[in-house]
Ligand binder design. Structure first.
Ligand code: PYC
Length: 324
């Protein structure tokens, strides 16, 4: 029987399953090199951790790995039901809150090496609410608000037309740690009551991107689709479809980063101004940009909550023990 301990959190409703110790060695290379080794030799662990019957399409995983960059305290590799992510905003907020829960970090700045670059996470100290009269020691509370200074984000293509059901919609291709197609003129109702139609529409957008050869830089696949709408509760509301056809319950950290790059490019967001992005489930990330030379550096702030911990058990005789 193989045993793999995990800790689950959610960030704005989107889960992150943290695996702190891998049952094999990935060598001493960079986190990007460790990811190559994982893809080549150990993809069955991704399937074991996330797929049904143990997991579900909604789960995002995070492997904590040693960083190669000596300025970083941690390395991390994010994965989902169909593969691996470059960066993950909600996942980094979840990772940092989980490490705080485990007592491994204190409020302050933590540098984390990802396969696509180093991000700086700030764990905010949260003033704890006063204890009720006669109550004892507060147990298990941890700071859970995190800001993530992401890698540089940029818009690659602007106002690209694609046709869905004989209707032309337009989108931007932008990078925020993953590749996104950001659509405004979709005409869809961005609401929980419309999830099936939103999923179907976004999937067909993605198929059209492939059919029309619309890619990110160097031919990279654009594997996330974002549909934006207005809301009285934030600056914008979005539905984000992830590569494995699950929708992001959070406002998507890398997706919000891509959005901020487009807003800045359109002159609709100034350096230091706060943008509030709401997810389809109602959770909110705050975002802002700063400049490093001509590069746009987004920072995303949100809260994560630990919600369960346990041990994955893999019985070698189980025909579905490594996922369906
Ligand atoms: O928060 O960056 C994110 C993300 C990517 C995929 C799911 N969440």
């Amino acid at each position: 029987m193989i045993r793999i301990p995990y800790l689950d959190s959610h960030t704005g409703g989107e889960p992150t399953r943290l695996i702190q110790t891998l049952p094999f060695d990935l060598g001493t290379g960079s986190v990007a090199e460790k990811l190559s080794t994982l893809k080549k030799n150990h993809d069955d662990l991704r399937r074991t951790v996330l797929l049904e019957p143990r997991g579900s399409d909604v789960l995002v995983g995070a492997y904590l790995v040693p960083p190669a960059d000596p300025t970083c305290q941690f390395g991390v590799i994010y994965f989902n039901n169909v593969g691996y992510l470059g960066m993950c905003g909600h996942g980094t907020i979840g990772l940092i809150a989980s490490l705080a829960y485990l007592g491994k970090i204190q409020p302050g700045m933590i540098r984390v090496e990802t396969p696509v670059g180093v991000v700086e996470a700030t764990l905010h100290s949260s003033p704890l609410p006063p204890l009720g009269e006669g109550l004892g020691v507060r147990v298990g509370e941890y700071p859970n608000k995190v800001s993530v200074k992401n890698i540089p984000a940029y818009r690659h293509l602007h106002h690209i037309p694609i046709e869905i059901d004989g209707k032309t919609v337009h989108g931007d291709v932008a990078w925020g740690g993953n590749w996104f197609f950001l659509v405004h003129d979709h005409g869809m109702d961005v609401n929980m009551s419309n999830l099936e139609a939103l999923t179907d529409f976004s999937w067909r957008v993605r198929e059209q991107l492939t059919a029309n050869g619309i890619t990110g830089a160097n031919g990279a696949e654009v594997d996330h689709v974002e549909l934006f709408a207005s809301t009285p509760e934030a600056d914008s509301k979005s539905f984000v479809l992830c590569p494995g056809k699950a929708y992001d319950r959070s406002p998507c950290g890398t997706g919000t980063s891509a959005k901020l790059a487009c807003l800045y490019g359109d002159g609709k967001l100034k350096v230091g101004q706060t943008w509030r992005q709401q997810s389809v489930v109602g959770s909110i990330f705050e975002g802002s940009v700063q400049l490093d030379g001509d590069k746009i550096i987004p920072t995303i702030t949100g809260e994560a909550w630990v919600m369960s911990e346990g041990t994955i058990l893999v019985d070698e005789r189980d025909p579905f023990g490594k996922g369906i």
